[in-house]
Structures are given as structure tokens and as C-alpha cells.
Ligand binder design. Sequence first.
Ligand code: SF4
Length: 288
Amino acid sequence: MLFLIWCQLQVKLASSRGFCFGVEDAIELAEDAVARHGAGRVVALGPVIHNKQVVAKLEQSGLNQSGDLDTIPSDKVVLIRSHGATPQTMQRIHDRGLQVVDATCVLVKRAQDVVRQLYDEGYHVVMIGDPNHPEVRGVIGYAPEVTVIDDDSDLEQMLPYKERLGIVAQTTHSPEHVAKVVAKILVRPYREVKMVNTLCLEVTRRQEAAITLCKEVEVMFVLGGLNSANTREMARLCHVSGCETYHIETWEQFDPSMVCGKSVAGVTAGASTPESVISEFVERLKDI
Ligand code: SF4
């Protein structure tokens, strides 16, 4: 006699996940700007956030997100995305007489101010972050010289000897990663090291909730743009915690082999992942 045993996959959601206030504000400002100025008149200097689905939706509504400041016609409105921009870019927009809508997240703005202040106080500014990330490229423009350290392996080559170091971090980094780099800096002969905490608590909360959930599940899905720094960091932390982890953008990338032999799956999402992507994924996962 053949017995078939059917077990439904249990799906648990992280207590903190998805859109942060900075991303919500940026999308709202972008939509408002298009509604006020008309489709095709607002140009963002790059994707407003790191999520393909949201970027495509904004594009459909009439927002151009591939603007080059030097070629934007003077009758357009420039949208500064949540990652912010350098003071040089802001000056150029001003010099060209373009109207501007600034969607820089307040926490990114704070990091920009802190960098300027540390430099004014005489510190050599160090930013722990990805040198290619738009937020980092914008923030370091607020001091004439900033050393960007991606991880502790960069220290030997990158960090000059200066008596006084002032440290900030990319808002989306994890406290664990930043602490590791700072610990390596502290064993060097710098006379004064000042660290200003520029980490985003919205991101830290999501990271903590994901790590907690990893202890209760057999497989973890981290949803969000593959180019989203906070989503990538969350997936890395889940992986390092020992949980089998998949960082995918939407249900389209799901493969049933990912849950083969598993009875409990966890789901979380980066700060730029919309609720619609999360709920669709969860519903379809439950149906497996
Ligand atoms: S993740 Fe944090 S710093 Fe980045 S946009 Fe959201 S609230 Fe702002």
C-alpha cells in the first residue's frame, strides 16, 4: 500500500522588514513632483531607490531616472534621490538654474553634515562603506579628503597615518561589520579616534529581526534588489548566522528545490522592497 504524506510549508515573517521611512518619503516626493510638474518633466540623477519594480513603476508614471546633469534641459526639474548628492552636484544644479526636489533621506543628510563637521574640527575623515555606492560617493563630497574603507582588509593599504581620525559609516552597514573595522583601527597608533554613529536604526532593526528569525527556520528568503546594499548586508548576516539563505528579488527567481525537505521557511525584505513583493512571495510560498 502506498502512503503519501503531505506537509505544508510553514512560513514565518521577520518582525521588521520592507520599506523604511526614507524610501517611503523618496517615492512620495517623486510621485508628487511628477503630479505637480507633469510626466516627462522630472529627471532623477539615477534610480530613486535600489528596487527594479519600484523604479519601473516610477518610470511608467513619467519620471526619468537616467538623468545626466550636464545634458538635462533647463526646463526640467531635478530630483535628488534618497542616496543624496555631493555639494558640487548641488552647486552645479544651482548654477544651471534648474528647479530641484531633494529626496535625500534625513539620515544620509546627517552623515553628510557629520563628515563636514569632523573635517572642520581637524579630523582626517574615514568612511567605512562601499566606495562605489551612491550614498558614499555623495557623503565623501562633504570634505576635501576622505579615506573610504570597505572592510578591514583595506586598512593596511588605504589608511594614512594621521594623528586624529574621525570615523563615520555608510548608513546601511551592520554594527557588526563597522565594529570589526573600528577594532582593527584602534590597535594602530592613532592618538585620537572619534566615531560618530551614522548607522540607520531602520536597517539595524531589520538586520536583528532577520538574525532572530534565522534561529527559528530552516531556510531564509531575503527579498530585495540585488544591487541594494542593505538587502545584501542582511542576506550576508543571515548566511553568516548559519541559516541556508537565498537573496532573490521576486517570486520569479524562486525554485522549489530551495525548500526541498524543509518544513519552516523565513521571509524578510530589504528597506527598499515594497510590501506587494513580500505578500506575493509569502502567499505563493504557502501554496507550495
Ligand atoms: S535605509 Fe535608513 S538611511 Fe537608507 S533611506 Fe531608509 S531610513 Fe534612510
